[in-house]
Design a binder for this molecule. Sequence first.
Ligand code: FES
Length: 102
Amino acid sequence: MSHWYDVGPEGLVPEGEVAGVNAGGKPIALVLHEGSHYALYDLCTHGEAQLSEGWVEDGCLECPLHQGKFCLKTGEAVSAPVYEPVAAFEVRVRDGRIEVFA
Ligand code: FES
């Protein structure tokens, strides 16, 4: 059963950057891109890399290990060597707090 989890204050992640947070025990890579937050599961589907250690590029989150890319909006694998998607979670901001549905 999924719930909205408070993962931190608005402003936690600077524009164009990514931070590792925890939503109900799930590791989440939280991104702020062009004013919107995105949340992807924080483990690459290619290897043992945390996507929160990667960087944001062209609307994607790029893995730090072999530069595979995942779509910020859908978690879809968009660039080799990643072929399996990661889970993407809904994000909202309420009363100055960031919440992830995970
Ligand atoms: Fe992420 Fe290889 S571990 S691309």
